[in-house]
Write a protein that binds this ligand. Structure first.
Ligand code: GSH
Length: 226
């Protein structure tokens, strides 16, 4: 069976969403084939029968799942003979901790990228993105992305726990990657696709970790335009 993923897109077709990247890596890890539909921010509510507010939205096994973590849980439940995403019950709870760290990191990494994301969208989507993000940041996008040297340094500082962890093990999941790796890798892939900030540059732990994921999931990570 082929799964179907609604995948957030820039105007030129590049796929940006960190959570969509996490979902695609989870599907690849479980050996599930998938197709994607490029989906603009302003179209999220209209696809897959309507009613969803965020992507990824994934049609799989006759159900529609609107959350990357829920997708990973579904895959783990239904593909028991494929490589693990959580490595047991305790692994699910610990992955929630990784997701929280990822959400924190996303907030930090997004500031210097916000204006570049806006500029990559079509005019209708730009208006939505500007209004929603300015509400979120409580500041104009130009201000959010001002002084990138300061906001990039803050984002790099927030990566400290990841650097410390990767001193002692090749993956967040230990000897092999788990969904926690994909949640965090999605953030670095998002930054790479947008291209405004090279967060992997000079990272002697995080860079090689991402490289190890590229070795395993190169075909997935290379499909930046769908
Ligand atoms: N918990 C959700 C979060 C997904 C999420 O926040 N997706 C963002 C894109 S990265 C989104 O769809 N945002 C829609 C919007 O801002 O209107 C998941 O992991 O699937």
């Amino acid at each position: 069976m082929t799964a179907h993923l609604y995948d957030l897109t820039l105007a030129d077709g590049r796929r940006l969403s960190p959570y969509c990247w996490a979902a695609k890596l989870a599907l690849a890890h479980k050996g599930v084939r998938f197709e994607t539909t490029a989906t603009r921010f302003v179209d999220i509510g209209k696809v897959a029968g309507g009613g969803f507010k965020t992507v990824p939205i994934v049609e799989i096994d006759g159900v529609t799942i609107g959350d990357s973590f829920e997708l990973a849980l579904h895959l783990e439940r239904t593909r028991v003979d494929s490589p693990a995403l959580f490595a047991g019950e305790g692994g699910v709870a610990l992955t929630r901790a990784a997701a929280a760290q990822g959400a924190y990191l996303l907030g930090k990494m997004s500031r210097p990228m916000a204006l570049a994301i806006h500029d990559g969208l079509d005019a209708e989507t730009q208006a939505y993105f500007r209004a929603s993000r300015e509400r979120m940041f409580k500041a104009p996008l130009e201000e959010v992305s001002a002084e990138p040297e300061i906001t990039i340094a803050a984002a790099r500082e927030a990566m400290t726990p990841l650097r410390i962890l990767l001193r002692g093990q090749p993956f967040i999941g230990g000897d092999s990657p788990l969904f926690a790796d994909f949640l965090i890798a999605g953030l670095f892939q998002w930054a790479r696709v947008v291209g405004a900030v090279d967060y992997l540059a000079g990272e002697d732990r995080i860079g090689p970790w991402f490289g190890r994921l590229e070795e395993r999931y190169g075909a997935t990570l290379g499909a930046t335009a769908g």
